[in-house]
Design a binder for this molecule. Structure first.
Ligand SMILES: [Zn+2]
Length: 132
């Protein structure tokens, strides 16, 4: 039995993701975006595999793809960026009394930021970054 599969290169995944976003102005869920990108990859090679997790990461670190994150409340706090898995850095600022206060956290690699600790991504909206 032949169950070989291939992992598409980063460049190829981003290329297909951009093709999808060129056709559709925006895609309003990771599930749908993943399906559309995978379909295009399968046209190149039927043995290509791609997980939604990897697509999300590659989209997050790609400058051409913009991801809007709708957040929801959660009891879990994420230590690492939920998009690309990099470290989150604390944002602090001084209030009028000169005290340092937390202003949330932001990813050290992609554009993800979160204002409050108890917020996590609920839905992703993918679009072409026209500012790029
Ligand atoms: Zn990130």
């Amino acid at each position: 039995m032949n169950i070989s599969y291939r992992i598409p290169e980063e460049k190829e995944v981003v290329e297909k993701a951009l093709d999808v976003l060129e056709d559709r102005k925006e895609v309003r869920s990771l599930y749908e975006f993943h399906g559309l990108v995978l379909m295009r990859l399968k046209n190149v090679s039927r043995s290509y595999r791609l997980s939604p997790r990897r697509l999300l990461k590659l989209a997050a670190i790609s400058k051409e793809i913009k991801i809007k994150v709708k957040k929801r409340h959660s009891n879990k706090k994420s230590k690492l960026c939920p998009l690309c898995g990099s470290e989150l850095i604390y944002l602090r600022r001084r209030n009028l009394l000169g005290e340092l206060i937390m202003k949330g956290r932001k990813c050290s690699v992609c554009n993800y930021s979160v204002e409050r600790e108890n917020l996590v991504p609920g839905r992703y909206i993918f679009m072409f970054d026209h500012d790029f």
